[in-house]
Write a protein of this length. Structure first.
Length: 308
């Protein structure tokens, strides 16, 4: 038996919802507002993260792309991203024609280093994408200072941090936009999917067009857009998963606390939380100079582990 790093927890409710949609035939909607299940999911999620608007899309990468398009990021622009993140953060920037500029990370929680970030700002810099890696919250105070000082918008890559909070405020809601993923390995899933949160109505209206070919009414196309729509099946799964999320997060926290207690005497660096931070424990990460040995032994014992 192997203990997986992450597996989706799907029950009878999700299966029933998918079956119902397949029977009624409304698999997706080309309307800007999305189908019924998309709208239900967006309302529920907005309530959970305490954001005015949620725009569902078909992946976390699509969420990043759409947010960049909403800021009119283009060829010749520079966007600051952490050097240690999943490749989608940089790929989304490249897809706009802009150039990702890599910034060092903080050793203590693997998030973007504000000091190095400020050094990398140039006259071509147009946006910043901090990543709340592993559910760890980036330095919100310093990012706020830098954003205001240089008048730079911030897109939070919250793909791994759904449910993480700082001073009781959810990641993804601190700046212009926050982008989330619902890939099967995340804390909740829609199969494939993602969403953007924002409190700015102009961004929300623009994002609704961007996810639907830039169309307004029918085939009336106003701006550049793509097909980033979330199908109804995925939205229905996501809605049920979102209702289960609080219990998912409680289980993760309990497991993480137990694991930390059991391995606290080992010569390794275990994850910790800062004051006022509540992480979602998306991944439990350790640091050690004997990484390869640890990986080999854990996997031999059936405990799946990998280097990031």
């Amino acid at each position: 038996m192997k203990i997986a790093i992450n597996i989706p927890i799907v029950g009878k409710e999700e299966i029933s919802a998918v079956t119902s949609i397949l029977r009624n035939g409304a698999l997706t909607s080309s309307a800007n507002q999305g189908g019924k299940h998309v709208q239900d999911f967006e309302k529920l999620t907005a309530s959970f993260v305490k954001s005015k608007y949620v725009i569902a899309v078909n992946s976390g990468t699509a969420a990043l792309q759409a947010a960049l398009y909403a800021l009119d990021i283009k060829y010749g622009d520079e966007v600051l991203v952490p050097s240690f993140t999943f490749v989608a953060t940089a790929n989304a920037v490249i897809s706009t024609g802009a150039k990702p500029i890599f910034v060092d990370i903080l050793k203590e929680n693997y998030t973007i280093d504000p000091d190095d970030l400020e050094k990398k700002i140039t006259k071509k810099t147009r946006a910043i994408i901090p990543v709340h890696l592993y559910g760890n919250v980036a330095n919100i105070e310093r990012l706020t200072e830098i954003s205001k000082k240089y008048n730079l918008p911030i897109i939070e890559d919250s793909a791994q941090s759904l449910g993480s909070t700082y001073k009781r405020k959810h990641t993804g809601t601190f700046f212009e936009m926050g982008c989330f993923s619902m890939y099967p390995a995340k804390v909740m899933t829609s199969g494939e999917g993602g969403f953007i949160v924002t409190n700015n109505k102009k961004f929300r209206d623009k994002l609704l067009m961007i996810r639907n070919h830039g169309m307004v009414n029918g085939y009336d196309t106003k701006i550049f857009g793509l097909n980033l729509r979330l199908p109804e099946i995925n939205a229905a799964i996501a809605t049920i998963q979102m209702k289960k999320l609080p219990n998912f997060l409680k289980s993760r926290k309990r497991n993480a606390e137990l694991l930390s207690k059991l391995i606290s005497n080992l010569n390794i660096v275990i994850p910790s939380q800062r004051k006022d931070e509540n992480v979602n424990w998306y991944l439990y990460t350790i640091a050690t100079d004997k990484r390869n040995k640890f990986l080999k032994k854990l996997n031999e014992k059936g405990i799946c582990a990998e280097s990031y």
